[in-house]
Design a protein around this ligand. Structure first.
Ligand code: NCD
Ligand code: ZN
Ligand code: ZN
Length: 363
């Protein structure tokens, strides 16, 4: 399937505004497995050259062998014309050993390890219950230069859901950064102004990913005219002042912020439920949304750094060859993607998006 087939857009008269960047990467992707993997992978593979693949499958990816097998399943359903490279991660548990971590990193199976506080988010029940107890693993990662990627939310059910990120940063992240002063850390899906400050204060060994949706919605959006289950994700969207701080941070040109879409597909029936699950499928509309934000903020000249350079620098890899063009040409986004006899609702699906994906070259 070609890019034009996946992301159709109407031709416009005259020469529309456009921006051409090195091919970008997505440093936080949930591709799932089986039929869901096959349904969503083409969108991420069309938008991004590489993706950091989240390990929160059921059961989670905790061994080198499981990660290598998962990578093969991804490559087996990758569209024929795609060179998308999945970068695998290890799901840390209370039983992860430093040796397994190092082996997977040296064998180039793992690019990073993922720390979910137990129960913090979707499929995180096998996560870490004793984060200080992870010290031997984190010390080894520090020694070999392997990044840890953190879902930063407190898990104490007594903590207000809108405060969980802030409490985690104060009670858990700052002490962890102090204990492991050389450890490379990505604070995933940053949602608050205070977390932005923490990332900046610890750069360059700390980076932060920001999702398209947290740049576009605030917590009121979840209740706009009624309950909006397709805008529910974790960390939950915060107040408007936080959204504005995120927009300012990503468009600032600071090297510590980079793309991590957190595209997290779930079938509609799992979200439109009495107890709907957390996660937004943003894989098909990520770049169109990010570039719109940069356009609205008058920062198109800084888009390439956020999309294509900062993350690669943090991970210590070269930026991609090839280029991708985004065009300010409206396109009606499809509403959903089919999987088996269900559908996955697309973030901003059914809307007219002001920006479209244009030409992509691979070298
Ligand atoms: N973001 C989400 O709300 N959900 C993610 C997990 C995560 O990244 O926290 C998922 O796997 O569905
Ligand atoms: Zn998360
Ligand atoms: Zn995620």
């Amino acid at each position: 399937m070609s890019v034009a087939d996946l992301f159709p857009s109407a031709p416009t008269a005259g020469r529309p505004l456009s921006v051409t960047i090195r091919r970008p990467d997505d440093w936080h992707v949930h591709l799932r497995d089986g039929a869901m993997l096959k349904a969503v992978l083409p969108y991420t593979a069309a938008q991004f050259a590489r993706g950091i693949i989240m390990p929160n499958l059921v059961p989670p990816i905790t061994s080198v062998a499981a990660a290598a097998a998962y990578r093969e399943r991804i490559l087996a359903v990758r569209p024929g014309d795609s060179d998308f490279r999945p970068l695998m991660t290890c799901y840390l548990t209370d039983r992860t050993t430093p040796d397994e971590i190092e082996r997977g990193f040296r064998d180039e199976v793992w690019a990073a390890a993922k720390l979910y506080p137990a129960g913090a988010t979707t499929n995180a029940h096998h996560g870490v219950t004793d984060i200080p107890g992870l010290a031997p693993v984190l010390a080894r990662m520090e020694a070999i230069g392997m990044p840890v990627l953190i879902h930063g939310e407190a898990t104490d059910p007594a903590v207000d859901i809108f405060d969980r990120e802030a409490v985690f940063m104060e009670e858990t992240l700052l002490p962890l950064l102090a204990r492991h002063q050389g450890l490379k850390v990505v604070v995933e899906h940053v949602t608050t102004a205070e977390t932005i400050d923490i990332v900046r204060a610890h750069a360059p060994r700390v980076g932060g990913t920001v999702t398209p949706h947290h740049l576009m919605i605030n917590r009121t959006s979840l209740f706009q005219g009624g309950l909006r289950p397709h805008l529910y994700c974790l960390p939950v969207a915060k107040r408007e002042r936080h959204r504005l701080a995120l927009r300012k941070a990503v468009t600032s040109g600071d090297g510590c912020f980079f793309i991590g879409t957190d595209t997290a597909p779930h079938v509609a029936s799992a979200k439109e439920a009495a107890c709907g699950c957390a996660g937004i499928f943003v894989g098909a509309t990520a770049l169109q949304s990010y570039v719109q934000v940069f356009d609205e903020e008058g920062a198109l000249d800084r888009f390439e750094a956020f999309a294509s350079l900062n993350g690669a620098r943090f991970y210590g890899v070269a930026p991609n060859e090839g280029q991708l063009t985004l065009i300010k040409r409206p396109s009606r986004c499809f509403a959903s993607v089919a999987v088996d006899d269900e559908e996955i609702v697309v973030f901003r699906g059914g809307e007219d998006l002001p920006w479209s994906i244009g030409e992509i070259t691979t070298r």
